[in-house]
Ligand binder design. Structure first.
Ligand code: SAM
Length: 225
């Protein structure tokens, strides 16, 4: 990365990536959970919606990072808003890095399978593509704006068997299933308490020696022409 490069983390959450990498700006929407004090001078957080277009001129950034926004957009929004906006903001010779995870947990465990199926059906009914990461190379290709597109898929084993990242990823999915408790329990014809018990079982199943739970993650990089 050249000195003075401008970098943005779209959908930055708590801003961890931008602070660790010490880059220039970061964008957050919905819940402003990013820190506001003690920031490095070259970092700013702003709150806005990628779907409304961002307040930056064309070709403003040398590097755009975006991680875990699979369920933030429908397939149509990915195609018509998010990817075009990312493309517009990247400078010629700049790079884009998009990291996404499937919402579908692959497991030998029955509780995990049941909840994953229900989540998949719900998100599909809302027009979301739970494995959008597999489709992003094609979406970047279709812009005709990228010369090199690299794609890597890896399986992340959940729970202790997957090390620190496996434990973090398990917590991330448990929180995600918790956040859709009302709608998924209703779709599954379960009392919310029974749904909660099923969600807890996902952790138990992930730690069983006889059971493996994993999820696919995708990393896509594109070099702007
Ligand atoms: C699952 S979190 C991922 C956070 C962070 N990228 C990470 O890897 O930890 C998704 C983030 O995207 C933000 N987000 C969702 N929809 C957005 C939109 N339309 N525009 C901007 N940010 C959005 C959410 O507020 C949330 O912080």
């Amino acid at each position: 990365m050249r000195k003075g490069a401008r970098v943005i983390d779209l959908g930055c959450g708590a801003g961890t990536w931008i602070l660790v990498t010490d880059f220039i700006s970061s964008l957050e929407m919905i819940s402003p959970i990013f820190p506001t004090e003690g920031l490095p001078l070259n970092v700013e957080f702003i709150e806005c919606n990628i779907l409304d277009g961002l307040p930056y001129k064309d070709a403003s950034f040398d590097f755009i990072h975006q991680k875990f926004l699979t369920t933030a957009f429908t397939q149509a929004q990915w195609e018509e808003k998010a990817i075009p906006e990312i493309t517009r903001l990247t400078r010629p010779d700049g790079w884009v890095e998009i990291v996404e995870g499937s919402v579908y947990l692959i497991s030998d465990g029955n509780a995990t399978k049941r909840i994953s199926e229900a989540a998949q059906n719900f998100l599909k009914s809302k027009g979301m593509n739970i494995t959008i990461g597999e489709d992003i190379p094609r979406l970047l290709e279709n812009t005709n704006a990228f010369s090199e597109i690299k794609y890597k898929k890896k399986a992340v084993v959940l729970g202790k068997k997957g090390g620190k990242s496996g434990e973090e990823t398990l917590r991330f999915y448990i929180a995600g299933f918790g956040s859709v408790r009302i709608v998924l329990s209703s779709n599954m014809n379960l009392m919310p308490e029974h749904y909660d018990a099923l969600v807890e079982t996902i952790s138990i199943e992930a730690e069983k020696t006889t059971c493996t739970t994993y999820v696919d993650q995708y990393r896509i990089c594109g070099h702007k022409k």
